[in-house]
Design a protein around this ligand. Structure first.
Ligand code: NAD
Ligand code: IPM
Ligand code: MN
Length: 354
């Protein structure tokens, strides 16, 4: 039986992951696919229990599993640890690097029911349907870091190899080819050498995809264009940190960061997690929106197990619940029916079965 390593992690991770598992189990009752879900400690929770954010047993389980479902890691309790021991670095970046998960896919679609939930105007966001491919194992996050004395200084090296750029850009072209055939590569080639290199490699890869319209955009302009006219975008591809920042921004085009699912792939295995963090400000209160994690479960069925029908069943159940006016607090407007985390999970389960 295929195995899924389940890593709830910290903060709201503990609340949202169980809802996603319930939904996955329900959708699979009518399917020939059986999955074995097993939970492992990660992040601050693992530091508290086992002394480190990515225990060897958890890493081994992820390496052995067919897919990984993760909640979130990090929180104020662990913020003062030395950098290499922190949940974000040791667990999240550690897992991404150890599993070679170089391609982070973050789809951003405005569901009709949520067009008034965004902080941005309905007219601007209502037709948003884009996907960001974020390079996930290179760039500033993984380049050499250090401190200097006299005078005191710090540095993070931004470096990209040709292979690293080529494989994410190729996947972006492949993604665009199956969508509206528009690819926007986001960089800062007016300043950064890594970006000029990124453009060169992108142009070379483009030769194999004449049917895809390729454009280049500076990252500062891309941030502005995303909120001015998101409809202009189909597929975006960018380096690690630009992708981190742009996707939090883009999440508001779908109503809330609580809606943004993600898949991190290496060509064989996938790790699935919401794009948001552990939300310490609302953790433990049954307030978190579990839909980004539930939708990450749908991405798992699509990308790791090729179960398009079951993936769509989850996505349709989520749409149904929202169409019926149910919202978690992050999406709610006056007049909406506000649900807690668990109750939103119940509502998706009920919609699946209806
Ligand atoms: P965050 O995404 O946790 O929260 C930002 C804001 O969005 C908060 O107001 C939060 O309440 C809200 N929010 C996030 N997810 C929500 C949801 N599902 N439903 C409703 N509201 C939601 O970002 P942050 O506050 O900058 O970071 C908190 C911690 O999470 C930090 O330790 C950070 O390093 C970590 N983090 C982890 C991940 C990850 O594990 N993948 C991602 C981002 C941040
Ligand atoms: C994300 C997060 C992580 C990142 C942090 C927690 C290391 O913000 O998954 O977007 O920057 O990649
Ligand atoms: Mn982020």
């Amino acid at each position: 039986m295929p195995k899924v390593a389940v890593l709830p992690g910290d903060g709201i991770g503990q609340e949202i992951v169980p809802e996603a598992i319930r939904v996955l189990q329900a959708v699979l009752t009518d399917s020939s696919l059986r999955l074995e879900f097993k939970e492992y400690p990660v992040g601050g929770a693992a530091i508290d229990r086992a002394g480190r954010a990515l225990p060897a047993e958890t890493l081994a389980a992820c390496q052995e599993a067919d897919a990984v479902l993760l909640g979130a890691v990090g929180g104020p309790k662990w913020d003062t640890l030395p950098a290499p021991e922190r949940p974000e670095t040791a667990a999240l970046l550690g897992l991404r690097k150890a599993l070679g998960l170089y391609a982070n896919i973050r789809p951003v679609r405005m569901l009709p029911a949520l067009a008034d939930a965004s902080a941005l105007k309905r007219e601007v966001v209502q037709n948003t349907d884009l996907v960001v491919l974020r390079e996930l194992t290179g760039g500033l996050y993984f380049g050499e870091k250090g401190r200097k004395q006299n005078p005191p200084a710090a540095y993070d090296l931004m470096i990209y190899t040709e292979e690293e750029v080529e494989r994410i850009v190729r996947l972006a072209f492949e993604t665009a080819r199956l969508r509206r055939k528009k690819l926007c590569s986001v960089d800062k080639a007016n300043v950064l050498e890594t970006s000029r290199f990124w453009r060169e490699v992108t142009l070379r890869v483009a030769a194999a995809y004449p049917e895809v319209e390729l454009t280049h955009m500076y990252v500062d302009n891309a941030a502005m264009q995303l909120v001015r006219d998101p409809e202009q975008f189909d597929v975006l591809v960018t380096e690690n940190m630009f992708g981190d920042i742009l996707t939090d921004l883009a999440s508001m085009l779908s109503g809330s960061i609580g809606m943004m699912a993600s898949a991190s792939l290496n060509g064989k295995k996938g790790l699935y997690e919401p794009a948001h963090g552990s939300a310490p400000d609302i953790a433990g209160k049954n307030l978190a929106n579990p839909l980004a994690t539930i939708l990450s479960g749908a991405l798992m069925l699509r990308y790791s197990f090729a179960r398009e029908k079951e993936a769509q069943a989850i996505e349709q159940a989520v749409s149904k619940v929202l169409d019926a006016g149910y919202r978690t607090g992050d999406l709610a407007k006056p007049g909406d029916k506000v649900l807690g985390t668990k109750e939103m999970g119940d509502a998706v389960l009920a919609a699946l079965n209806s």
